[in-house]
Design a protein around this ligand. Structure first.
Ligand SMILES: [Fe+2]
Ligand SMILES: [Fe+2]
Length: 135
C-alpha cells in the first residue's frame, strides 16, 4: 500500500493549507485502517468526511489563490473538480467492495491522487510564489 506519511517536502509554507493536507492524510490513514479491518461502513463514513474536508479545503485554497492573483487559478480549480470526482468515485466503489484485492486497489488509487494533489498540484503554486518573492 502507498505510504501515508507527512514529508517536509509536501509543505507549502502556508499554515492553513499545510494543516488541511495533514488532516486529509490523517483521514486517509484511518481509511487504510478501516479497510484492513474490513469495516466498510466506517470506510464509507470516513470517505464522506474526506469529501467534506476536501471540498472546504479546495474552496479555501481557491480563495487564497484568487486573493494572491495566481495566474493559473482556472487550471487549479478544474484540477480540484477532477479530484473531487475521483474521491466520490472511490467512495461509491467502497460501498460496493466485496473482496480484499478490490479494496487495496481502490485505496491505492485514492492515496495516489491525494498525494498528487499535494505534490504535483499544490507545489506548482508554491514554486510560483517562491520565484515571485525572489524577483
Ligand atoms: Fe491542497
Ligand atoms: Fe490544490
Amino acid at each position: 500500500m502507498v505510504k501515508l506519511e507527512w514529508l517536509d517536502r509536501y509543505s507549502i509554507g502556508i499554515e492553513q493549507i499545510d494543516d488541511d493536507h495533514k488532516n486529509i492524510l490523517q483521514i486517509m490513514r484511518n481509511v487504510e485502517k478501516a479497510i484492513k479491518s474490513r469495516d466498510f461502513e466506517l470506510c464509507t463514513s470516513l470517505l464522506d468526511d474526506l469529501v467534506a474536508l476536501a471540498t472546504t479545503h479546495f474552496q479555501n485554497e481557491e480563495q487564497f489563490l484568487a486573493e494572491s492573483s495566481y495566474p493559473y487559478i482556472e487550471e487549479h480549480i478544474r484540477y480540484h473538480q477532477e479530484l473531487l470526482l475521483k474521491i466520490s468515485e472511490a467512495k461509491n466503489s467502497c460501498d460496493k467492495i466485496n473482496n480484499p484485492v478490490d479494496t487495496e486497489d481502490i485505496f491505492n488509487r485514492m492515496a495516489e491522487f491525494l498525494i498528487e494533489d499535494m505534490i504535483a498540484g499544490d507545489l506548482h503554486f508554491k514554486s510560483y510564489f517562491e520565484s515571485r518573492s525572489v524577483e
